[in-house]
Design a protein around this ligand. Sequence first.
Ligand SMILES: NC(=O)c1ccc[n+]([C@@H]2O[C@H](COP(=O)([O-])OP(=O)(O)OC[C@H]3O[C@@H](n4cnc5c(N)ncnc54)[C@H](O)[C@@H]3O)[C@@H](O)[C@H]2O)c1
Length: 349
Amino acid sequence: MKLLVTGGAGFIGSAVVRQAVQAGHEVVNLDALTYAACLDNLASVADSPLYQFEQVDIRDGAAVAACFQKHQPEAVLHLAAESHVDRSIDGPAVFMETNVMGTFHLLQAARTLWEGQGRPEGFRFQHISTDEVYGSLPSDPEVMFTEDTAYDPRSPYSASKAASDHLVRAWGETYGLPVLLTNCSNNYGPYHFPEKLIPVIILNALAGKELPIYGDGSNIRDWLYVEDHADALLTVLQKGTVGRSYNIGGENERTNLQLVETLCAILDRKRPLNSGSYADQITFVTDRPGHDARYAIDPTRIRDELGWRPSVTVEEGLERTVDWYLDNSAWWQALQGRDGVGERLGVKA
Ligand SMILES: NC(=O)c1ccc[n+]([C@@H]2O[C@H](COP(=O)([O-])OP(=O)(O)OC[C@H]3O[C@@H](n4cnc5c(N)ncnc54)[C@H](O)[C@@H]3O)[C@@H](O)[C@H]2O)c1
């Protein structure tokens, strides 16, 4: 299948591109190369005849339309987005422009292509979204996000993603475009940009710096290994029912404090300090404004309808992730000088 992947130079998008090429799909990676992009993530497929790159900004409707006409993809996996909640607090405008209007331009380009080709049944527009659109859950473990949970976004980032989800559903209902949606939990794994919690903890620990935990560390997230997520996205693309959305979770709920303590224990084993534990570097810092208390995914639909489950526990995934960061210092050192990386963001509100 010929796939157009947006945001393929980012963390999750690059995992999707690598897996798709490995599975024999032709892939066009459409990416603007913002501060969050890294083409090195694609070194393993860059020379493949199945892979092509187009530097296009999804805020530019004409450029997006031209790219669709040039490549005539059979399916779109839309991952390009501004993705960092803290940055959305400091500067929400670009989140609206990219996540909302960018999605609009992609939908229009996809619709024009699909209608021009006589509305082929097999065409798919798959939109990759977040569980953050559902808002914040109480601590009761019985209560989880299902695909029917009402939207209740609480940050500029999640509001922009919720808006884009609504656009995708509207293009499905109004124009008949064959759309699919996925809402996933927090991803982690190799190539995670060094401004997000897990790489920040690993890299600060190794540098002897404080390990910042927002608030009291009791916020709960459901951690999804990025390679599992990419596998789930390709499964939804091939087996999902048009018009349906699928929640994708890791079945791994942990508090942020538990997660950081697990990382410290792994590092204590792999890179022992002369004395003490990396956990001694844990520091509690001012909480993020509007910090959602808990996210948890009910994975029933994707498990029962598509037979998909995550392959690793969070402990296994974190072990692999720490190994990857220990083995790939050149990758993350090159990114640490980028704008805002290493600074505390999102406290202005
Ligand atoms: N990382 C997570 O835990 C997580 C969880 C749930 C959902 N998501 C969603 O998954 C998708 C990918 O997330 P990620 O963590 O890989 O993001 P990322 O920030 O690592 O990568 C985003 C990519 O999109 C590109 N991009 C940004 N603006 C663009 C524009 N205007 N035009 C073209 N390309 C542009 C960037 O250059 C980058 O390569 C996003 O849509 C995000 O909302 C992520």
